[in-house]
Design a protein around this ligand. Sequence first.
Ligand code: PEP
Length: 251
Amino acid sequence: MRKLIVAGNWKMNTTVPEGVALAKAVAEKAAEVPANVQLIVAPPHTHLVSVAEALKGSKVALSAQNCADHDKGAYTGEISVGMLVSAACEYTILGHSERRQYYGETDAKLVDKVRLALDAGLKVILCVGENLDEREAGKHFEVVTAQTVNVLSHFSAGDMAKIVIAYEPVWAIGTGKTATAEQAEEIHACIRKVLADQFGAKVADDTTILYGGSCKPSNAKELFAQPDIDGGLIGGAALKAEDFIEIAKSF
Ligand code: PEP
């Protein structure tokens, strides 16, 4: 049985005290969520140590939103995987469309980052997803397949036990436009087929694939009911503990 996950990507929101309060509220409500659902929060880097403290003893895991593509040295402003591990991170998000779009994150760079993260003992939430032009040109399957293969062809079946995939259509992120359950499911099924072709049916079946893009309490149930959707990567709705928990109760 693959893991069900609801992960909150806080992006560049909240101050440290606000983030700690949000983490505490999520941790307090986590008992309402079915035991087989893994909750994850991904605050900004400045919050990690304090949020880790706030989450202690809860079932909520800690994630970073990004990591450097080098392990240490003269890379001003960057945060290494070793630093993330030392701040009690269990996961890091990688390849978020905002990183790809605004910071030139390429698939080649992602291969380095995923390798560093796995070697450091972190689990990875690898984001893929097409933009609006690609969707309108009917290229969504092609784009998502290429993004998945370009990175994962460098990894083994064993590595996949530590990799979660998040399908996030860029046109649905922060726009209020959610992919329909049908649109999301067909891409998730496509990703699972790509995994089956590369790693075999067992790995494909065991890999958690999350949906992200304006997921909220009102649409989570329908999305999570799809056979290939194993949870969500949540942006805006993760900034309210009640909404985040409500989403996690939607399986
Ligand atoms: C995201 O950026 O990962 C995301 C899914 O954002 P939102 O839920 O706000 O669309």
